[in-house]
Design a protein. Structure first.
Length: 124
């Protein structure tokens, strides 16, 4: 899809995927909000897009619905895999950090911290 003004493509493929030209915003970012049924004006304002940019994105999505949807599902799957990976990694890291003894001379502070953590867990 080309713009009337400068004949530059409005949607380009980058290392991040299908991207709105001149931005770092992907079609998949827009799809997240379209899927959640946000209006185009909201999406345009959220990503600080021009009318031309949001219209190009919406037109591209509509003209290539099946291909965009298939790619979007792949992006969602990869995002979920990444989320799970980092959640597990952070869980393991937190568990490991919890076993590190306090520095010498900070034992009293360590005990207070542990007491605060216990209180917060009871409140939650």
């Amino acid at each position: 899809m080309a713009s009337v003004d400068n004949q530059q493509p409005n949607i380009i493929r980058t290392e991040r995927g299908l991207t709105i030209s001149g931005t770092r915003i992907t079609i998949y970012d827009v799809m997240d909000y379209l899927t959640a049924q946000y209006p185009p004006k909201f999406i345009r304002a959220l990503f600080d897009l021009t009318d031309e940019q949001i219209n190009a994105a919406l037109s591209y999505i509509e003209a290539n619905r099946s291909d965009v949807e298939a790619e979007y599902q792949i992006v969602l799957k990869q995002a979920e895999e990444n989320r799970q990976y980092w959640q597990e990694r952070n869980r393991k890291h937190a568990k490991r950090v919890a076993t590190i003894p306090p520095e010498l001379g900070r034992e009293t502070l360590w005990i207070k911290l542990q007491q605060q953590k216990a209180r917060h867990q009871l409140e939650a």
